[in-house]
Design a protein around this ligand. Structure first.
Ligand SMILES: [Zn+2]
Length: 486
Protein backbone atom coordinates (compact mmCIF):
# COMPACT_ATOMS: atom_id res chain seq x y z
CA UNK A 1 0.00 0.00 0.00
CA UNK A 2 1.35 3.42 -0.93
CA UNK A 3 1.55 6.29 1.57
CA UNK A 4 -1.27 8.14 -0.23
CA UNK A 5 -3.53 5.10 0.02
CA UNK A 6 -2.78 4.78 3.74
CA UNK A 7 -3.73 8.41 4.30
CA UNK A 8 -7.01 8.16 2.47
CA UNK A 9 -7.87 5.11 4.55
CA UNK A 10 -7.44 7.10 7.77
CA UNK A 11 -10.38 8.10 9.90
CA UNK A 12 -10.82 11.72 10.85
CA UNK A 13 -10.57 13.08 14.41
CA UNK A 14 -10.79 16.60 15.84
CA UNK A 15 -8.04 15.92 18.34
CA UNK A 16 -5.43 13.28 19.04
CA UNK A 17 -3.73 13.17 22.44
CA UNK A 18 -0.57 11.07 22.17
CA UNK A 19 2.27 9.61 24.25
CA UNK A 20 0.54 9.97 27.60
CA UNK A 21 0.47 7.80 30.70
CA UNK A 22 -3.23 7.00 30.38
CA UNK A 23 -5.27 6.33 33.49
CA UNK A 24 -8.50 5.34 31.78
CA UNK A 25 -10.26 4.24 35.01
CA UNK A 26 -11.71 1.30 33.07
CA UNK A 27 -12.43 -1.89 34.97
CA UNK A 28 -11.92 -2.21 38.71
CA UNK A 29 -8.50 -0.47 38.93
CA UNK A 30 -7.10 2.62 37.22
CA UNK A 31 -6.89 1.15 33.69
CA UNK A 32 -3.25 2.14 33.10
CA UNK A 33 -2.00 2.28 29.52
CA UNK A 34 1.64 3.28 28.82
CA UNK A 35 2.37 5.51 25.80
CA UNK A 36 -1.35 5.79 25.29
CA UNK A 37 -3.46 7.94 23.00
CA UNK A 38 -7.00 9.22 22.74
CA UNK A 39 -8.90 10.26 19.62
CA UNK A 40 -11.68 12.83 20.06
CA UNK A 41 -14.40 13.86 17.62
CA UNK A 42 -17.65 15.74 18.13
CA UNK A 43 -16.81 16.26 21.79
CA UNK A 44 -16.55 12.51 22.48
CA UNK A 45 -13.81 9.94 22.81
CA UNK A 46 -13.85 7.81 19.66
CA UNK A 47 -10.78 5.69 20.40
CA UNK A 48 -8.37 4.92 23.24
CA UNK A 49 -5.28 2.79 22.74
CA UNK A 50 -1.54 2.65 22.07
CA UNK A 51 -0.14 5.81 20.44
CA UNK A 52 1.30 3.96 17.44
CA UNK A 53 -2.02 2.35 16.67
CA UNK A 54 -4.08 5.56 16.90
CA UNK A 55 -1.55 7.65 14.94
CA UNK A 56 -1.82 5.15 12.09
CA UNK A 57 -5.59 5.01 12.26
CA UNK A 58 -6.51 8.70 12.57
CA UNK A 59 -5.85 11.94 10.74
CA UNK A 60 -6.47 14.69 13.31
CA UNK A 61 -6.99 18.44 12.97
CA UNK A 62 -5.00 18.94 16.17
CA UNK A 63 -2.52 16.82 18.07
CA UNK A 64 -1.54 17.26 21.71
CA UNK A 65 1.72 15.68 22.80
CA UNK A 66 1.22 14.40 26.35
CA UNK A 67 4.77 13.07 26.78
CA UNK A 68 5.64 13.14 30.49
CA UNK A 69 2.01 13.68 31.44
CA UNK A 70 -0.64 11.60 33.11
CA UNK A 71 -3.81 11.72 31.04
CA UNK A 72 -6.93 11.10 33.09
CA UNK A 73 -10.63 11.83 33.18
CA UNK A 74 -11.50 15.32 34.37
CA UNK A 75 -12.10 15.30 38.11
CA UNK A 76 -15.59 15.30 39.61
CA UNK A 77 -16.41 17.66 42.49
CA UNK A 78 -19.85 16.48 43.59
CA UNK A 79 -20.58 19.09 46.21
CA UNK A 80 -19.62 22.76 46.12
CA UNK A 81 -21.13 26.05 47.26
CA UNK A 82 -19.24 28.37 44.95
CA UNK A 83 -20.64 31.76 46.10
CA UNK A 84 -18.79 31.32 49.41
CA UNK A 85 -15.42 31.55 47.70
CA UNK A 86 -15.83 35.29 48.09
CA UNK A 87 -15.52 34.92 51.89
CA UNK A 88 -12.80 32.27 51.96
CA UNK A 89 -11.09 32.26 55.34
CA UNK A 90 -13.70 33.92 57.56
CA UNK A 91 -14.97 30.94 59.55
CA UNK A 92 -12.42 28.33 60.57
CA UNK A 93 -11.50 26.83 63.93
CA UNK A 94 -14.87 27.67 65.51
CA UNK A 95 -17.62 25.70 67.21
CA UNK A 96 -21.16 26.19 65.82
CA UNK A 97 -19.67 27.12 62.46
CA UNK A 98 -22.91 28.03 60.71
CA UNK A 99 -24.25 30.30 63.45
CA UNK A 100 -21.03 31.65 64.99
CA UNK A 101 -18.96 31.87 61.83
CA UNK A 102 -20.91 32.05 58.62
CA UNK A 103 -24.29 33.61 59.43
CA UNK A 104 -23.22 37.31 59.48
CA UNK A 105 -21.59 36.85 56.09
CA UNK A 106 -24.62 34.97 54.76
CA UNK A 107 -26.77 37.93 55.74
CA UNK A 108 -24.68 40.30 53.62
CA UNK A 109 -23.79 38.07 50.67
CA UNK A 110 -25.35 40.08 47.84
CA UNK A 111 -26.15 38.49 44.48
CA UNK A 112 -23.21 40.41 42.99
CA UNK A 113 -20.86 39.03 45.65
CA UNK A 114 -22.23 35.52 45.10
CA UNK A 115 -21.55 35.84 41.39
CA UNK A 116 -17.99 37.02 42.04
CA UNK A 117 -17.52 34.01 44.33
CA UNK A 118 -18.84 31.55 41.80
CA UNK A 119 -16.56 32.93 39.10
CA UNK A 120 -13.55 32.71 41.43
CA UNK A 121 -14.40 29.16 42.45
CA UNK A 122 -14.91 27.98 38.87
CA UNK A 123 -11.52 29.45 37.96
CA UNK A 124 -9.90 27.79 40.98
CA UNK A 125 -11.46 24.38 40.34
CA UNK A 126 -10.81 24.38 36.61
CA UNK A 127 -7.19 25.37 37.24
CA UNK A 128 -6.87 22.24 39.42
CA UNK A 129 -8.41 19.83 36.92
CA UNK A 130 -12.04 19.70 38.06
CA UNK A 131 -14.26 19.42 35.00
CA UNK A 132 -17.60 18.40 36.58
CA UNK A 133 -18.81 20.84 39.22
CA UNK A 134 -21.72 19.88 41.47
CA UNK A 135 -22.67 23.32 42.66
CA UNK A 136 -25.37 24.00 45.24
CA UNK A 137 -26.71 27.52 45.77
CA UNK A 138 -29.74 29.72 46.09
CA UNK A 139 -30.04 30.82 42.45
CA UNK A 140 -28.95 34.37 41.66
CA UNK A 141 -28.73 36.14 38.33
CA UNK A 142 -25.88 34.80 36.22
CA UNK A 143 -25.18 31.67 38.30
CA UNK A 144 -25.67 29.02 35.63
CA UNK A 145 -24.28 31.29 32.94
CA UNK A 146 -20.86 31.23 34.63
CA UNK A 147 -20.60 27.46 34.06
CA UNK A 148 -22.06 27.73 30.58
CA UNK A 149 -19.57 30.39 29.50
CA UNK A 150 -16.58 28.75 31.22
CA UNK A 151 -17.31 25.61 29.22
CA UNK A 152 -17.17 23.27 32.22
CA UNK A 153 -19.66 20.52 33.02
CA UNK A 154 -22.02 21.44 35.85
CA UNK A 155 -24.59 19.61 37.94
CA UNK A 156 -26.44 22.51 39.56
CA UNK A 157 -28.67 22.27 42.61
CA UNK A 158 -30.85 25.24 43.51
CA UNK A 159 -31.31 25.27 47.28
CA UNK A 160 -34.78 24.58 48.68
CA UNK A 161 -35.50 25.40 52.32
CA UNK A 162 -38.27 26.87 54.43
CA UNK A 163 -36.12 29.08 56.62
CA UNK A 164 -37.68 32.54 56.89
CA UNK A 165 -35.83 35.49 55.33
CA UNK A 166 -32.67 36.36 57.25
CA UNK A 167 -31.72 32.70 57.60
CA UNK A 168 -29.95 31.83 60.82
CA UNK A 169 -28.59 35.23 61.76
CA UNK A 170 -29.83 35.95 65.28
CA UNK A 171 -31.03 32.39 65.88
CA UNK A 172 -29.92 30.97 69.23
CA UNK A 173 -28.11 27.63 69.35
CA UNK A 174 -30.47 25.00 70.76
CA UNK A 175 -33.71 26.78 69.82
CA UNK A 176 -35.96 25.18 67.26
CA UNK A 177 -35.70 27.36 64.19
CA UNK A 178 -38.97 28.47 62.60
CA UNK A 179 -40.04 27.01 59.27
CA UNK A 180 -42.16 29.01 56.90
CA UNK A 181 -44.29 27.04 54.45
CA UNK A 182 -44.63 29.93 52.01
CA UNK A 183 -40.85 30.31 51.80
CA UNK A 184 -40.53 26.57 51.18
CA UNK A 185 -43.17 26.59 48.45
CA UNK A 186 -41.55 29.56 46.70
CA UNK A 187 -38.12 27.91 46.86
CA UNK A 188 -39.49 24.70 45.34
CA UNK A 189 -41.17 26.62 42.53
CA UNK A 190 -37.94 28.56 41.86
CA UNK A 191 -36.00 25.31 41.71
CA UNK A 192 -38.47 23.78 39.26
CA UNK A 193 -38.33 26.88 37.06
CA UNK A 194 -34.56 26.71 37.19
CA UNK A 195 -34.63 23.02 36.23
CA UNK A 196 -36.94 23.76 33.30
CA UNK A 197 -34.51 26.39 32.07
CA UNK A 198 -31.20 24.60 32.63
CA UNK A 199 -31.57 20.80 32.85
CA UNK A 200 -29.85 19.52 29.70
CA UNK A 201 -28.67 22.97 28.61
CA UNK A 202 -25.39 23.75 26.81
CA UNK A 203 -25.55 20.55 24.79
CA UNK A 204 -26.15 18.51 27.94
CA UNK A 205 -23.15 19.96 29.79
CA UNK A 206 -25.43 21.54 32.38
CA UNK A 207 -27.88 19.43 34.35
CA UNK A 208 -29.92 20.05 37.48
CA UNK A 209 -30.72 18.26 40.73
CA UNK A 210 -33.31 19.24 43.33
CA UNK A 211 -31.84 20.24 46.67
CA UNK A 212 -33.73 20.28 49.93
CA UNK A 213 -30.96 21.88 52.00
CA UNK A 214 -31.55 19.46 54.85
CA UNK A 215 -34.48 17.48 56.28
CA UNK A 216 -34.39 19.83 59.27
CA UNK A 217 -34.92 22.93 57.15
CA UNK A 218 -38.19 21.99 55.50
CA UNK A 219 -41.47 20.41 56.63
CA UNK A 220 -42.30 16.78 55.95
CA UNK A 221 -44.98 17.43 53.36
CA UNK A 222 -42.78 19.80 51.40
CA UNK A 223 -39.88 17.34 51.53
CA UNK A 224 -42.21 14.76 50.01
CA UNK A 225 -43.36 17.29 47.40
CA UNK A 226 -39.72 17.73 46.35
CA UNK A 227 -39.40 13.97 45.88
CA UNK A 228 -42.58 13.76 43.82
CA UNK A 229 -41.41 16.64 41.61
CA UNK A 230 -37.98 15.05 41.18
CA UNK A 231 -39.53 11.72 40.21
CA UNK A 232 -41.88 13.36 37.71
CA UNK A 233 -38.95 15.13 36.01
CA UNK A 234 -36.35 12.36 36.29
CA UNK A 235 -34.08 14.48 38.49
CA UNK A 236 -31.84 13.36 41.34
CA UNK A 237 -32.13 14.80 44.84
CA UNK A 238 -29.02 16.34 46.38
CA UNK A 239 -29.43 16.84 50.12
CA UNK A 240 -27.33 17.37 53.24
CA UNK A 241 -28.07 14.39 55.49
CA UNK A 242 -27.07 14.08 59.15
CA UNK A 243 -24.76 17.01 58.57
CA UNK A 244 -24.14 17.92 62.17
CA UNK A 245 -25.29 17.83 65.78
CA UNK A 246 -27.40 20.92 65.01
CA UNK A 247 -29.43 18.97 62.43
CA UNK A 248 -29.90 15.90 64.65
CA UNK A 249 -30.99 18.14 67.53
CA UNK A 250 -33.55 19.88 65.30
CA UNK A 251 -34.82 16.56 63.91
CA UNK A 252 -35.33 15.08 67.37
CA UNK A 253 -37.11 18.20 68.62
CA UNK A 254 -39.30 18.67 65.54
CA UNK A 255 -39.92 15.14 64.25
CA UNK A 256 -38.92 12.96 67.19
CA UNK A 257 -36.49 10.96 65.05
CA UNK A 258 -32.85 11.04 63.95
CA UNK A 259 -32.41 11.89 60.29
CA UNK A 260 -31.70 8.45 58.76
CA UNK A 261 -34.69 6.79 60.44
CA UNK A 262 -36.93 9.68 59.46
CA UNK A 263 -35.80 9.51 55.81
CA UNK A 264 -36.28 5.73 55.73
CA UNK A 265 -39.79 6.12 57.15
CA UNK A 266 -40.84 8.61 54.47
CA UNK A 267 -39.31 6.62 51.59
CA UNK A 268 -36.37 8.88 50.82
CA UNK A 269 -33.47 6.41 50.87
CA UNK A 270 -33.19 5.21 47.27
CA UNK A 271 -30.98 5.62 44.21
CA UNK A 272 -32.50 9.02 43.49
CA UNK A 273 -30.69 10.46 46.52
CA UNK A 274 -27.20 11.91 46.74
CA UNK A 275 -26.71 12.18 50.50
CA UNK A 276 -24.10 14.73 51.53
CA UNK A 277 -21.82 14.42 54.57
CA UNK A 278 -23.50 11.82 56.90
CA UNK A 279 -21.32 13.47 59.55
CA UNK A 280 -23.50 12.30 62.43
CA UNK A 281 -24.69 8.98 60.96
CA UNK A 282 -23.82 5.90 63.02
CA UNK A 283 -22.31 2.91 61.20
CA UNK A 284 -25.69 1.14 61.26
CA UNK A 285 -27.44 4.20 59.85
CA UNK A 286 -24.74 4.56 57.20
CA UNK A 287 -25.16 0.93 56.12
CA UNK A 288 -28.92 1.40 55.93
CA UNK A 289 -28.55 4.44 53.66
CA UNK A 290 -26.10 2.61 51.36
CA UNK A 291 -28.32 -0.48 51.25
CA UNK A 292 -31.22 1.67 50.08
CA UNK A 293 -29.25 2.55 46.94
CA UNK A 294 -28.46 6.18 47.74
CA UNK A 295 -25.03 7.63 46.94
CA UNK A 296 -22.83 9.66 49.25
CA UNK A 297 -20.85 12.86 48.79
CA UNK A 298 -17.82 12.99 51.06
CA UNK A 299 -16.31 16.38 51.93
CA UNK A 300 -13.24 15.46 53.96
CA UNK A 301 -11.61 18.90 54.15
CA UNK A 302 -14.77 20.78 54.96
CA UNK A 303 -16.09 18.40 57.60
CA UNK A 304 -12.61 18.09 59.09
CA UNK A 305 -12.35 21.84 59.55
CA UNK A 306 -15.97 22.54 60.49
CA UNK A 307 -16.73 19.53 62.70
CA UNK A 308 -13.46 17.73 63.43
CA UNK A 309 -15.07 14.54 62.15
CA UNK A 310 -14.19 11.94 59.48
CA UNK A 311 -17.48 11.02 57.77
CA UNK A 312 -18.31 7.29 57.45
CA UNK A 313 -17.47 6.89 53.74
CA UNK A 314 -15.43 3.75 54.39
CA UNK A 315 -18.43 2.06 55.99
CA UNK A 316 -20.68 3.35 53.20
CA UNK A 317 -18.43 1.84 50.50
CA UNK A 318 -18.06 -1.48 52.32
CA UNK A 319 -21.87 -1.64 52.40
CA UNK A 320 -21.85 -1.37 48.59
CA UNK A 321 -22.53 2.36 48.28
CA UNK A 322 -20.88 4.72 45.83
CA UNK A 323 -19.00 7.74 47.12
CA UNK A 324 -18.15 10.97 45.33
CA UNK A 325 -15.75 13.59 46.67
CA UNK A 326 -16.83 17.17 47.29
CA UNK A 327 -14.96 20.31 48.28
CA UNK A 328 -17.98 22.04 49.86
CA UNK A 329 -17.37 25.72 50.43
CA UNK A 330 -14.34 27.95 50.84
CA UNK A 331 -15.70 29.65 53.97
CA UNK A 332 -15.10 26.34 55.77
CA UNK A 333 -12.80 24.22 53.65
CA UNK A 334 -10.82 27.13 52.24
CA UNK A 335 -10.16 25.42 48.94
CA UNK A 336 -12.09 23.77 46.14
CA UNK A 337 -9.52 21.37 44.85
CA UNK A 338 -10.12 17.66 44.36
CA UNK A 339 -6.41 16.81 44.62
CA UNK A 340 -6.64 18.19 48.17
CA UNK A 341 -9.77 16.11 48.83
CA UNK A 342 -8.17 12.89 47.54
CA UNK A 343 -5.18 13.29 49.83
CA UNK A 344 -7.20 14.30 52.90
CA UNK A 345 -9.68 11.46 52.34
CA UNK A 346 -6.93 8.85 52.17
CA UNK A 347 -5.07 10.25 55.17
CA UNK A 348 -8.05 10.93 57.44
CA UNK A 349 -9.44 7.44 56.98
CA UNK A 350 -6.09 5.74 57.57
CA UNK A 351 -5.80 7.73 60.78
CA UNK A 352 -9.41 7.08 61.82
CA UNK A 353 -9.00 3.33 61.46
CA UNK A 354 -5.30 3.25 62.44
CA UNK A 355 -4.72 1.23 59.27
CA UNK A 356 -2.52 2.35 56.34
CA UNK A 357 -4.33 0.01 53.94
CA UNK A 358 -7.65 1.83 54.30
CA UNK A 359 -8.60 4.11 51.36
CA UNK A 360 -5.54 3.52 49.16
CA UNK A 361 -4.60 5.99 46.42
CA UNK A 362 -6.37 4.09 43.64
CA UNK A 363 -9.59 4.03 45.61
CA UNK A 364 -9.72 7.78 46.20
CA UNK A 365 -8.72 8.38 42.58
CA UNK A 366 -11.76 6.35 41.56
CA UNK A 367 -13.95 8.42 43.90
CA UNK A 368 -12.64 11.54 42.16
CA UNK A 369 -13.40 10.10 38.70
CA UNK A 370 -15.55 7.11 37.75
CA UNK A 371 -17.12 6.33 41.11
CA UNK A 372 -17.87 10.01 41.69
CA UNK A 373 -19.48 10.27 38.27
CA UNK A 374 -21.62 7.20 39.02
CA UNK A 375 -22.59 8.58 42.41
CA UNK A 376 -24.02 11.75 40.87
CA UNK A 377 -25.76 9.92 38.04
CA UNK A 378 -23.29 10.82 35.28
CA UNK A 379 -21.47 7.50 35.11
CA UNK A 380 -22.47 6.86 31.51
CA UNK A 381 -21.27 10.29 30.42
CA UNK A 382 -17.98 11.01 32.22
CA UNK A 383 -15.52 9.61 34.77
CA UNK A 384 -13.48 7.31 32.52
CA UNK A 385 -11.60 7.49 29.23
CA UNK A 386 -13.71 5.12 27.14
CA UNK A 387 -15.14 5.17 23.66
CA UNK A 388 -18.49 6.97 23.59
CA UNK A 389 -17.92 9.05 26.70
CA UNK A 390 -17.65 12.83 26.71
CA UNK A 391 -14.10 14.02 26.12
CA UNK A 392 -13.53 15.50 29.59
CA UNK A 393 -9.79 15.01 29.95
CA UNK A 394 -6.93 16.49 31.96
CA UNK A 395 -3.17 16.35 31.42
CA UNK A 396 -1.02 16.45 34.55
CA UNK A 397 2.70 17.17 34.22
CA UNK A 398 4.51 14.30 35.92
CA UNK A 399 7.90 15.95 35.40
CA UNK A 400 7.24 18.59 38.07
CA UNK A 401 9.80 18.10 40.86
CA UNK A 402 7.19 16.94 43.37
CA UNK A 403 5.86 14.24 41.01
CA UNK A 404 9.15 12.68 39.90
CA UNK A 405 10.30 9.99 39.46
CA UNK A 406 8.04 8.27 36.96
CA UNK A 407 8.73 4.57 37.46
CA UNK A 408 6.92 1.67 35.87
CA UNK A 409 8.58 -1.30 37.53
CA UNK A 410 8.63 -3.09 39.89
CA UNK A 411 6.19 -0.55 41.38
CA UNK A 412 4.42 2.09 39.29
CA UNK A 413 4.64 5.49 41.02
CA UNK A 414 2.10 7.57 39.10
CA UNK A 415 -1.08 7.02 41.11
CA UNK A 416 0.43 7.43 44.59
CA UNK A 417 2.25 10.56 43.46
CA UNK A 418 -0.92 12.05 41.97
CA UNK A 419 -2.83 11.43 45.19
CA UNK A 420 -0.20 12.16 47.85
CA UNK A 421 2.11 14.69 46.16
CA UNK A 422 0.16 16.64 43.55
CA UNK A 423 -1.33 20.00 44.52
CA UNK A 424 -3.40 20.64 41.38
CA UNK A 425 -0.92 23.23 40.08
CA UNK A 426 0.64 20.46 37.97
CA UNK A 427 -2.49 20.26 35.79
CA UNK A 428 -1.36 21.58 32.42
CA UNK A 429 -4.32 21.18 30.10
CA UNK A 430 -8.05 20.77 30.69
CA UNK A 431 -10.54 19.63 28.06
CA UNK A 432 -14.32 19.44 28.45
CA UNK A 433 -16.56 17.95 25.75
CA UNK A 434 -13.58 18.06 23.39
CA UNK A 435 -12.94 21.79 23.90
CA UNK A 436 -9.65 22.95 25.39
CA UNK A 437 -10.50 25.21 28.37
CA UNK A 438 -6.94 25.49 29.70
CA UNK A 439 -3.85 25.03 27.55
CA UNK A 440 -0.44 24.81 29.22
CA UNK A 441 -1.84 26.63 32.25
CA UNK A 442 -3.47 29.42 30.23
CA UNK A 443 -7.23 29.89 30.52
CA UNK A 444 -8.99 29.88 27.16
CA UNK A 445 -12.53 30.82 28.23
CA UNK A 446 -12.04 32.78 31.46
CA UNK A 447 -10.49 36.19 32.12
CA UNK A 448 -8.53 35.19 35.20
CA UNK A 449 -7.27 38.69 36.03
CA UNK A 450 -10.76 40.20 35.94
CA UNK A 451 -12.20 37.36 38.02
CA UNK A 452 -9.56 37.84 40.72
CA UNK A 453 -10.03 41.61 40.85
CA UNK A 454 -13.83 41.35 41.01
CA UNK A 455 -13.68 38.77 43.80
CA UNK A 456 -11.37 40.91 45.91
CA UNK A 457 -13.55 44.00 45.47
CA UNK A 458 -16.78 42.11 46.19
CA UNK A 459 -15.27 40.49 49.29
CA UNK A 460 -14.16 43.84 50.69
CA UNK A 461 -17.68 45.20 50.28
CA UNK A 462 -19.25 42.21 52.09
CA UNK A 463 -16.70 42.49 54.91
CA UNK A 464 -17.40 46.22 55.25
CA UNK A 465 -21.13 45.54 55.67
CA UNK A 466 -20.58 42.72 58.17
CA UNK A 467 -18.29 44.95 60.24
CA UNK A 468 -20.95 47.67 60.31
CA UNK A 469 -23.73 45.28 61.42
CA UNK A 470 -24.00 44.50 65.17
CA UNK A 471 -24.73 40.87 64.22
CA UNK A 472 -21.00 40.46 63.64
CA UNK A 473 -20.46 40.52 67.42
CA UNK A 474 -21.72 36.93 67.51
CA UNK A 475 -18.70 35.70 65.61
CA UNK A 476 -16.46 33.38 67.59
CA UNK A 477 -13.31 34.47 65.79
CA UNK A 478 -13.45 38.00 67.23
CA UNK A 479 -11.62 36.73 70.32
CA UNK A 480 -8.81 35.38 68.17
CA UNK A 481 -8.65 38.73 66.38
CA UNK A 482 -8.45 40.56 69.68
CA UNK A 483 -5.68 38.25 70.87
CA UNK A 484 -3.61 38.88 67.74
CA UNK A 485 -3.96 35.29 66.55
CA UNK A 486 -5.23 36.09 63.09
ZN1 LIG B 1 -22.96 21.63 51.54
Amino acid sequence: MTKAMAETAQERADLLIVHGHLLTMRGAGVGYLPDGALAVAGGRIIAAGPTGELEARFAADNTLDAYGCAVLPGLVDAHMHTPWAVVRGVAQDVAHWMQKGLAPYAKHLSPQAALAGTRLNVLEALRAGTTTMGDYATPFPGWAEVFDQAGVRARLTPTINALPPGGMAGWRVGDLYPLDEKTGAAALQNALDFADAWHGAAGGRITVMLGPQGPDMIGRDQLLAVKAAAEARGLMIHMHVAQGDREIDQMLKRFGQRTPGYLAAIGYLDSQLLAVHLTEATDAETEMIAAGGASMALCSGSIGIIDGIVPPAHVFRRAGGRVALGSDQAAGNNCNNIFNEMKLTALFNKIKYRDPTVMPAWEVLRMATIEGAQAIGLGDEVGSLEVGKAADIILVDLTEPNLLPILDTPIRTIVPNLVYAATGREVRTVIVAGRVLMRDGAMQTLDAAAIRADAQAAAQEVARQVAADPVHREMALLDAMAAGQL
